[in-house]
Design a protein around this ligand. Structure first.
Ligand SMILES: NC(=O)C1=CN([C@@H]2O[C@H](COP(=O)(O)OP(=O)(O)OC[C@H]3O[C@@H](n4cnc5c(N)ncnc54)[C@H](OP(=O)(O)O)[C@@H]3O)[C@@H](O)[C@H]2O)C=CC1
Ligand SMILES: O=C(O)[C@H](O)CS(=O)(=O)O
Length: 489
């Protein structure tokens, strides 16, 4: 397979930036780290590897810049953010190409992510003008009470590789809209989408130091600096529950405000009155979006006994139509997994299920005989609650089908997890719809739909899936502090 000459694929080659973006300047590290195309395995860029000291410098610059940025009116901030949004959409094709090259998802999906990512900037540009306070009737005759909201300060962000664009904008846009400065550490697998956003932030006129991208392979050192530097007042993280716990413990010493978007283990329930074709279509989107590598992907598919065989047959037929390949090629709907470890995890879940009586009706965990991290999708019937995927997020193209009879049983099984991010079900009976939607212990419930992500709704989980909500008018609150002014008149 040919090497990925990423620059030659771009209409605007300047978007390919291999340095970190700090205080409005492009900076090198004391070394570089390689970024590889997971579809081909070749190195597509060598990116600045910042040290902990350099991250501290970025935080200091952000602290200084934030003080000025906070003085801008909401409308002034909105205008610059709007410009950033426009530039992202203008360069959607190039940003999509960069994203596919470093992350692997098919180009159409990557461009979709760019639009999704940009939508947070558009949405929060509008919200910048609506950071309303409150007046409260005084508790004594001479007292007047006013509540104002102020930016919390410097927000530090750690984001994963599965959404290299949207996970950053979902944090940076509300932070900047609120008047905070942002220091983001993108995943080492996918820093190029982040630095490309830095190029566009600069062109949009976001002041130096307000939006910073610190590329670094030394994630735990960066995490420590974010948690121990007193200038950082807010930590926002998307990733695994395991790393979320580490960061929460580290942030405790400074009593830092934290938002955590952590792992999921989404149940996807198909009741016997569901529109089966719609349920299959929803399951395909929900399970195989980004090749199963999202924390809202269906991880456990529960199907009521009366429609179980039919659903399995239809899901198999629909899955067989997916086209696996290099995301940069036309018509591909399933890209590679991010790395070899991701393949191993899926294989472990398949082997575990087989050893406990699961039946493979498609795939089986054998990687494709080609370069890159390609693993054809697997469907397993006869899944049971003692199998590994019942408790652990697979994060890959494995669809296990569990059979159930009773509504209360399936709710109990669906809730039997430490996670509580997204859940889905398909049913028509209205009273069942309400009962199930209320009973599922999740932050998000998709009813007769497999796609729930949008900038206008609050995204986030309960239990060990996290803390806080991103997106919607609620999303800006995490970047604001409330101050109550008590005035004697
Ligand atoms: N909620 C979600 O959207 C996501 C959930 N996950 C879940 O997590 C599993 C593992 O995926 P993975 O990407 O490794 O997720 P991790 O939680 O391990 O990593 C997420 C990000 O945090 C960084 N990181 C890791 N350890 C630390 C630390 N001590 N301090 C600061 N930053 C740190 C990682 O960088 P580095 O890798 O360079 O160490 C990465 O950029 C997946 O299989 C999935 O189950 C993963 C990604 C997203
Ligand atoms: O926004 C989304 O659809 C997802 O957030 C990506 S993830 O965090 O669930 O993986």
């Amino acid at each position: 397979m040919s090497k990925t000459d990423l620059k030659s694929l771009l209409k605007d080659p300047e978007l390919l930036a291999d340095k970190a973006y700090v205080n409005g300047k492009w900076v090198s590290g004391d070394k570089t780290f390689d970024v590889k195309n997971p579809a081909r395995g070749d190195v597509i860029a060598q990116v600045a590897d910042l040290s902990r000291d350099q991250v501290a410098e970025a935080i200091a610059a952000a602290e200084k810049a934030q003080k000025e940025w906070a003085k801008w009116t909401g409308k002034e901030r909105a205008n610059v953010l709007r410009k950033w949004f426009d530039l992202m959409m203008e360069h959607q094709d190039d940003l999509g190409t960069i994203l596919t090259a470093e992350q692997g998802k098919p180009l159409a999906e990557a461009k979709g992510e760019v639009a999704y990512g940009a939508s947070f900037i558009e949405f929060f540009a509008e919200e910048a003008k609506r950071v309303y306070g409150e007046t409260i009737p005084g508790h004594q005759r001479d007292k007047r009470i006013t509540v104002i909201k102020q930016p919390i300060g410097v927000a530090a962000s750690i984001t994963p590789w599965n959404f290299p664009n949207a996970m950053i904008t979902r944090k940076a846009a509300p932070a900047l809209a609120a008047g905070c400065a942002f220091v983001g550490r993108p995943a080492a697998e996918t820093p190029l989408s982040a630095t490309a956003m830095g190029v566009l932030a600069e062109r949009a006129g976001i002041p130096a130091g307000v939006f910073n991208i610190v590329t670094s392979s030394r994630s735990s050192e960066v995490g420590k600096e974010f948690c121990e530097n007193p200038a950082v007042r807010k930590l926002t993280f998307t990733g695994s529950t395991e790393v979320g716990r580490i960061l929460l413990k580290q942030a405790a010493d400074q009593v830092m405000k934290c938002s955590m978007e952590l792992g999921g283990n989404a149940p996807f329930i198909v009741f016997d009155d569901a529109d089966l074709d719609a349920a299959v279509e929803g399951a395909i989107m929900c399970k195989f979006r980004n090749n199963g590598q999202t924390c809202v992907c269906a991880n456990r598919i529960y199907v009521q006994a009366g429609v179980y065989d039919k659903f399995a047959e239809k899901l198999k037929a629909a899955t067989e139509k997916l086209k696996m390949g290099d995301g940069l090629e036309e018509g591909v709907t399933l890209g590679p997994l991010i790395n070899a470890d991701a393949i191993t995890k899926v294989q472990e879940h398949v082997a575990d299920a087989k050893s406990k009586g699961g039946k493979v009706i498609l795939g089986g965990g054998e990687p494709a005989q080609r370069e890159g991290h390609f693993l054809p999708p697997t469907i397993i019937t006869g899944a049971t609650q003692d199998m590994q995927f019942a408790t652990d997020e697979t994060f890959g193209p494995l669809a296990p089908l569990f059979k159930f009879d009773d509504v209360d049983d399936v709710i109990a099984m669906a809730n039997d997890t430490i996670f509580g991010l997204a859940s889905y079900f398909y049913a028509k009976d209205l009273s069942r719809v309400y009962k199930v939607a209320e009973a599922l212990e999740y932050g998000i419930v998709g009813v007769n739909t497999g796609i729930i992500s949008t900038e206008v709704a609050p995204f986030g989980g309960v239990k060990q899936s996290g803390l806080g909500r991103e997106g919607s008018h609620h999303g800006i609150e995490d970047y604001l502090e409330m101050k109550y002014i008590c005035m004697s008149v």
